[in-house]
Write a protein that binds this ligand. Sequence first.
Ligand code: FE2
Length: 323
Amino acid sequence: MEAPEIFIPISLESIEPVIFPDVALYIKTGSNHVLYKSHGRDFSYHDHERLSNNGVEFVFVSKDDMDVITSHMEESAERLLKSDILNSRAKGKMIYQTSINFVDDMFSNPDKTTDLERTKRLIENLMLYLSENPDAIGSLETVMSHNYHTFVHSLQVTSLTLMMHSEAYTLSRDEMLDVGSGAILHDFGKIFVPPEILGKNGKLNDSEIEILKRHPEDGYTFLKNKGVLSPVSLTIVRLHHERCNGSGYPLGLEYRDIPRSAQITGVADIYCTLTTDNQGNKTIPPHIAVQLMRNQMKELFAPNLLDTLEKLVCTEEVQQFIL
Ligand SMILES: [Fe+2]
């Protein structure tokens, strides 16, 4: 029997008509994927408009076509970000989609993690978008469905980590690229966690938790052996679950021994986990999440980092976005 075709959702707003690679596009009706445009036919501005007017947010492509789509989107990203063709929201969708494709690609093809130039190009484009859109934090919305949770989450954590660094510290461009590269791969070690544990509905038992807790060290060891990531990026991968009171893992380090970039990624990681569920839905509003981190997770995070987080996420625009 033939294996069922796997479809990947692509946000409609991230698609540039006419020059988008010539692949078959599908739309979802109920639980079926229906062919919208076959290979060999252009996807025109008219098509784009028609779908958009009909409230279509995602089109679907075959997983086999993802390579060509990912390279196209990565190649076009910088040009589109700098142009006026797309409005700020569409630019956000485009950069998020590009980043998610990237993380998906890295997680499915671990050998590609040696392409550091590609990682840096992506982080650079993400930084460009974040720096030109002061309210970008408000649009850290999910663009994917639940099976993409890890990828969407990696991207949200990266965006917030970069923004917290630029809000509170002065880093050189290269340092920011290192921080971003580490943040986008922070959960890379999850490729070593069995899918039945990662995707388990309900509580994990003790032995499953132990396995899950190996992901920072496993990711670090794998990426270190690849020999391309900088020490800062590797530190983020390894230490993003360390906590100020020493209760974290894998090393149980205390506040002063946890590098700042790993602490910030840890704060961003928990904040994004609290505010978005596994299905990609918003859960609790930003100010409640920050309050929770201050009160119920009191000794886990440095108070000055929580101040920075609060300053970024508890703005009026973000409140409006949530309501
Ligand atoms: Fe993690």
